[in-house]
Design a protein around this ligand. Structure first.
Ligand SMILES: NC(=O)c1ccc[n+]([C@@H]2O[C@H](COP(=O)([O-])OP(=O)(O)OC[C@H]3O[C@@H](n4cnc5c(N)ncnc54)[C@H](O)[C@@H]3O)[C@@H](O)[C@H]2O)c1
Length: 251
């Protein structure tokens, strides 16, 4: 692993789930550019290892649904300053279309994954003297859509779990902060996967654009920027908050 350099995150040890692709990869790049040491965790071993090698970071294989894998991954760390609970999937469909198995799969990754990471990182952040947990929710965790019942419910759960953890950490005097980030539609592979599930991808893409008063999709770098702020000491008074970076979609 590269030693921390100068920058807003100099010396910070940062663990990013779903770091092999999309927003997680953009966050890893931005963190390294600001002097952080990054650990990329993902089920995609090939992409995750390649990015870690490119950035001078470290890769650990991790399926966020599996508690034993979290314990094993964290056993390779002495202390951590930042956890980005970013890994997630999007299940398209209304209450009439989504099956119970699909709902459970969505919750296993998007909710239980965040729960497990946050639970098991506590000793590592206390060993670091404090830390910042950053949970990737969504604009749809705030504003529902009729065709995203499972995803809406999962991301709303992440939003509120964040606040519960923020309060607990503050009450315990752990110096650990916990915030949620709410991107609008950002053009990453997850968007392509959602479009691939649709009968009319062009119409669905336009509907993503139209949701945003700024009339465009966001860029991964625009989400990485708020995650740099939340990882840095600049955000020391922010906890339990929702950071909506969504082109105005939740106004
Ligand atoms: N792209 C968007 O428009 C958007 C908007 C709002 C919120 N988000 C959220 O941002 C996060 C990242 O999304 P993205 O757009 O970068 O998606 P992506 O599909 O490009 O990347 C997701 C990453 O998570 C990994 N992953 C999936 N299941 C996993 C598991 N069980 N364990 C470990 N890793 C796993 C994938 O391998 C992949 O590398 C997700 O939580 C998503 O819900 C995305």
């Amino acid at each position: 692993m590269s030693e921390g350099k100068a920058g807003r995150l100099a010396g910070k040890r940062c663990f990013i789930t779903g770091g092999a692709s999309g927003l997680g990869a953009a966050i890893a790049r931005a963190y390294v550019a600001e002097g952080a040491q990054v650990i990329i965790a993902d089920i995609d071993v090939a992409e995750g290892q390649a990015l870690a090698d490119e950035l001078g970071g470290r890769f650990v294989p991790l399926d966020v649904r599996e508690e034993a894998q979290w314990i094993e991954a964290f056993a390779t760390c002495d202390a951590l300053d930042v956890l980005v609970n970013n890994a997630g999937i999007t299940t398209l469909g209304s209450i009439e279309e989504v099956t119970l198995d699909q709902l459970r799969h969505e919750f296993d990754i998007d909710v239980a994954g965040v729960f497990l990471g946050t639970k098991h990182v506590i000793p590592l952040m206390r060993a670091a003297g404090g830390g910042s947990v950053i949970n990737m929710s969504s604009m749809t965790g705030v504003r529902a859509q009729g065709n995203l019942v499972a995803y809406n419910a999962a991301k709303a759960a992440v939003t509120h779990m964040t606040k519960s953890c923020a309060l607990h950490f503050a009450q315990q005097g752990y110096n650990i902060r916990c915030n949620s980030v709410h991107p609008g539609a950002i053009h990453t592979p997850i968007i392509d996967k959602v479009l691939a599930q649709s009968e009319d991808p062009a119409a669905l893409y336009q509907s993503f654009v139209d949701v945003h008063p700024l009339k465009r999709l966001g860029r991964p770098e625009e989400i990485a920027a708020i995650c740099v702020y939340l990882a840095s000491d600049e955000s020391g008074f922010a906890t339990g908050a929702e950071f909506r970076i969504d082109g105005g979609s939740t106004i």
